[in-house]
Design a binder for this molecule. Structure first.
Ligand SMILES: [Zn+2]
Length: 324
């Protein structure tokens, strides 16, 4: 395994070896601890010899994601026994359940706003997330994002980031500070292999919307058939601790809405032709008097009819926030 993750795995294993040593001193006869210690030694020896990360069955390099998740892997995923495969699938099921438990209701209505979302993971787990959090002053904080990578590592990262933002918003901070603090904490707590594009915004009962776009697909403002994309107001989260975010402010009147989506909507393709943002914009410009829920349903139907029988390969999350 000759890539940028090698030193971080080596550092991790060396540190864990020390911890295992301490544990073995206390329980010298513990077989599990002794086995782990000898596996760690073997992995460190292989690193020294340049043979680390090579599958002992087929001699191909083991997937990097597998090694990051479990630095003691000695075979490719495809050679695992049925029981081991099942254990991995069970982990995924749990991760998927944790994610679904963190989603808001599919449709939420207040006196001033309608919120609707659709969340569809391509596999059991997803790097996508969205949330809607009522604040004390009658406003609502909304979040929609996409963590890079796939599988359990992306999904756990997504759950962490989601929980971070959820907790931070309870301090009544301006939304750009919520994002800045979440970014710092995320940067300080992760292996630098993951990052996330994300939108954090706030809607106030009088129709005012504030929004920060951290490298995410532009959210779309729709007013009387006119669609205006909101460009990024900062870089994705998880790249640099010192990233700062600007806030975009605007007002929505009755029937105006905001449309948010992850790239699973725009980048799905048939015969190498992408669905694309233009088709989304074209449809939204024609929307007239539909509820947030109906907008979401129609957008997905339009994409589905474009895709035909082609299977979705990426997670897809869309949300609409409509002033009523
Ligand atoms: Zn193999």
């Amino acid at each position: 395994m000759k890539d940028a993750n090698y030193p971080s795995i080596k550092e991790q294993l060396t540190e864990r070896k020390g911890l295992l040593h301490d544990a073995v001193k206390v329980s010298p006869d513990n077989q599990n601890l002794n086995k782990l210690l000898s596996d760690v030694d073997a992995a460190l020896n292989e690193m020294a010899e340049g043979t680390y990360g090579i599958c002992t069955v087929c001699n191909d390099p083991i997937e990097t994601e597998s090694l990051l998740a479990d630095p003691l892997m000695t075979v490719c995923l495809s050679h695992l026994s049925d029981q081991q495969q099942q254990a991995l699938e069970d982990d995924l099921e749990y991760a998927g359940k944790i994610q679904r438990a963190m989603l808001p209701e599919k449709e939420i209505k207040t006196d001033e706003w309608e919120f609707a979302h659709h969340y569809h993971p391509a596999g059991i787990v997803s790097g996508d997330f969205c949330d809607l959090i009522p604040a004390n002053d009658g406003s609502h904080i909304f979040i929609l994002g996409d963590v890079s990578g796939k599988g359990v590592s992306a999904s756990i990262m997504m759950s962490n980031l989601h929980a971070l933002i959820h907790s931070l918003q309870s301090f009544n901070l301006p939304i750009n500070e919520i994002l800045q603090k979440a970014n710092r904490l995320f940067c300080e707590s992760t292996l630098s292999t993951n990052y996330a594009t994300i939108v954090v915004g706030k809607v106030v009962p009088d129709g005012t919307v504030e929004i920060c776009v951290a490298g995410h697909n532009p959210p779309l403002i729709v007013k009387d058939g006119k669609v205006t994309p909101i460009g990024a107001t900062g870089i994705p989260v998880g790249l640099f601790c010192s990233a700062e975010y600007d806030v975009e402010r605007f007002k929505l009147n009755k029937n105006d809405f905001l449309f948010l989506y992850t790239d699973g909507l725009s980048e799905a393709s048939v015969n190498e032709t992408e669905y694309g943002t233009d088709r989304i914009i074209e449809y939204l410009a024609e929307v007239n008097g539909l509820s947030a829920k109906e907008i979401i349903t129609d957008v997905l139907l339009k994409q589905q009819s474009f895709l035909g029988n082609t299977k979705l390969e990426d997670d897809i999350t869309v949300a609409a926030i409509r002033k009523i």
